[in-house]
Design a protein around this ligand. Structure first.
Ligand code: 6PG
Length: 244
């Protein structure tokens, strides 16, 4: 641990996925020891797919998925069956393969539009935190975009206007196919025992160097990924190609 975060070097993307699954398993065991619900906030994007696959193939019978609650770090404003829906990706990789009770999954209802969906998710996140020990999520999984975004917090965001909110409407840059988004706020992400970033690929390397450097200085508002904090630790799982 240094500067509030820790970078874990992993040789390959597969090793990043394995390390991610280990982080999740170890946090789940800690929750079990505390006899509390294990609460995992899932990330979208392409990198976590491999982790979800591993969890689906390796944790059946080893993790009590009945005592788990799943939330989402962000969502596109589309229906749950849309090809760009994070919920759909998680359903395919995880929910359809593991005995996770439907009522344990708190999805963001992107199809309601960003304003409505964010307001409703803000309430859901608030209520979820209320019944957790220490009012903390166990693990928040995150990815980082090549522009320094994380979840759907993009560069240029006015964090001050997020105030005390836990979920907010967000807008992705023009090049994104689905620009209307809902995202957890930095405040919501900080209500965590552990944040686990997974970053792979050479196209992320220079931005990762900038983000880590900014984190050492307490974060740069122009690089949202560098502004993330946790009540516990922030762990970066990084493959060789992305490693600065
Ligand atoms: C999303 C995300 C987003 C993602 C990064 C990295 O829903 O797209 O939550 O923040 O994690 O853009 O995405 P990749 O893993 O695809 O590079």
């Amino acid at each position: 641990m240094s500067d509030g975060f820790r970078v874990v070097f992993c040789e390959t993307p597969a090793a990043v996925a394995q390390a991610g699954a280990r982080e999740i398993m170890s946090a789940a065991r800690s929750a079990e020891e505390r006899a509390s619900l294990f609460t995992l906030v899932l990330s979208g994007g392409s990198t976590p797919r491999a982790v979800y696959r591993l969890l689906a193939s390796e944790t059946l019978g080893r993790l009590n998925w009945q005592a788990t609650r799943l939330l989402f770090g962000d969502e596109r404003c589309v229906g749950p069956d849309h090809a760009d829906s994070n919920f759909r990706m998680v359903s395919e990789e995880l929910l359809e393969r593991l005995p996770i009770p439907r009522q344990s999954v708190r999805r963001i209802e992107g199809e309601r539009g960003s304003g409505d969906a964010a307001a409703s998710y803000d309430r859901i996140v608030r209520e979820s935190l209320e019944d957790l020990p220490g009012k903390l999520f166990d693990v928040v999984l995150l990815g980082m975009g090549g522009d320094g975004h994380t979840a759907s917090l993009f560069p240029g965001r006015d964090y001050a206007s997020d105030g005390a909110l836990l979920a907010v409407p967000a807008t992705a840059p023009p090049a994104s196919p689905i620009r209307d988004r809902v995202s957890l706020t930095l405040r919501a992400i900080s209500r965590s025992r552990r944040v686990v970033y997974m970053v792979t690929g050479e196209d992320k390397r220079s931005m990762l160097a900038r983000v880590l450097d900014a984190m050492k200085r307490g974060g740069d508002p122009a690089l949202p990924a560098s502004m993330v904090t946790s009540a516990g630790e922030v762990v970066w799982l990084v493959d060789r190609a992305a490693h600065p």
